[in-house]
Design a protein around this ligand. Structure first.
Ligand code: 5GP
Ligand code: MN
Length: 361
């Protein structure tokens, strides 16, 4: 590990001593936070190493913001640069098919090959340390860490916090840091950031699609990237087996119009056996919640996806009447008011019982 630069010595105490600071999270990064992050990059020792990490089962925002920022650091001349996520395996770690054409994938290494003692760790779209698996130890060991995120439920781990709950995506935070570092946006960086922005805004459909979001999209499109081609790849391409799998899973979805205090709940589940029968990988279920939440009779929608014998990845959505972020946090997860998730244990019925207990509380 290289010696700390002057700023790094002034970085706050280790994370264990920093309590969660919800008020600070809500306010977004301060000028001091931005300049600390810029200095952490600028003060890297010559030949310093940077490790970029994002959350387990990375989505478009996690991968797009991480790789876009990574390409930016590469343009700045950072040579020892790796990117990874919990579960990344092999010489060329596989990412979900929609993201297999992202620029910057050559930065990816398996999680066990990620440098054990980088000079700087930068963390993307991670609301809580539990989403980092074993990679969390890199945060403990590194002399400097910067956390870029937009979850209001962020648990305030790491050293320098660029956490902005008003940002539509982590890539909105990433582009601001790239701007402050003086990195010009080229088409490769822009494509990564555009995928991140488009996925987290539901293709620019959600309420957080502010004028600033469209202005950023316009800036990214100005580099010449092709939105039609990108969207088809990311949103509209699926193996035929996944189409059949969706048919089956949606066929047994259940509507409970009187649930969740009368606003209605719709839910569906998918098992590992379903995936096996249709010869599909877990990531194809990422978009399932979008089909389920169409049901007009329900404000709340849930999709319960099996990831191990008695472990389920749960997606929750609300159309506005219910704070599903609160529900997810109460059940050990996190997210936003209208989109959140957690890891459930037990049977589907037990996981649904936990959700019901929270929703009806
Ligand atoms: P999705 O349902 O698309 O997987 O996730 C929706 C939102 O909830 C995302 O912002 C995601 O980061 C968050 N989320 C999903 N699962 C978990 C979880 O197990 N823990 C935490 N802390 N957040 C989660
Ligand atoms: Mn995100």
């Amino acid at each position: 590990m290289s010696a700390r630069g002057p700023l790094l010595a002034a970085v706050p105490a280790p994370r264990e001593s920093i309590p969660p600071q919800p008020a600070a999270v809500q306010a977004g990064p301060t000028a001091a936070d931005w300049s600390a992050a810029v200095t952490a990059v600028r003060d890297l020792p010559p030949d310093g190493s940077v490790l970029l990490i994002c959350h387990v089962n990375p989505d478009g925002d996690a991968l797009g913001s991480m790789l876009g920022f990574g390409l930016g650091l590469r343009r700045l001349g950072v040579r020892h640069l790796q990117a990874t996520f919990p579960g990344a395996a092999g010489d060329r770690p596989e990412v979900p098919e929609p993201f297999q054409a992202l620029p910057g994938l050559d930065l990816l290494v398996s999680d066990d090959r990620a440098s054990a003692d980088p000079d700087l760790v930068v963390c993307f779209d991670v609301a809580a340390e539990s989403r980092l698996g074993a990679l969390v130890d890199r945060l403990d060991r590194t002399p400097a860490s910067v956390v870029l995120d937009h979850h209001a439920s962020n648990t305030w781990f790491g050293q320098i916090h660029l956490v902005d709950p008003s940002a539509a995506a982590t890539s909105v935070v990433a582009v601001q840091l790239l701007d402050r570092l003086g990195v010009p946006l080229d088409a490769e960086i822009a494509e990564c950031l555009y995928v991140a922005l488009a996925t987290d805004t539901g293709s620019f459909k959600f309420d957080m699609t502010t004028p600033a979001v469209h202005e950023l999209a316009a800036r990214l499109l100005g580099t010449g990237i092709r939105p039609g081609e990108i969207s088809r790849r990311v949103f509209d391409t699926r193996p035929f087996g996944a189409v059949k799998l969706y048919g089956e899973v949606l066929g047994r979805a259940e509507l409970e119009p009187a649930a969740a205090g009368g606003v209605g709940r719709v839910w569906a589940y998918a098992t590992l056996e379903d995936l096996r029968r249709h010869d599909q990988r877990p990531y194809v279920l990422e978009g399932l919640i979008d089909s389920v939440r169409c049901a007009a009779e329900a404000d709340v929608s849930c999709v319960v996806k099996q990831v191990a014998d008695d472990e389920w990845a749960v997606s929750l959505r609300s159309k506005g009447a219910v704070d599903v972020g609160r529900v997810a946090v109460a059940l050990g997860g996190g997210g936003h008011r209208l989109a959140a998730g957690f890891t459930g244990r037990g049977s589907v019925a037990e996981v649904m019982a936990q959700i019901r207990a929270q929703l009806d509380a």
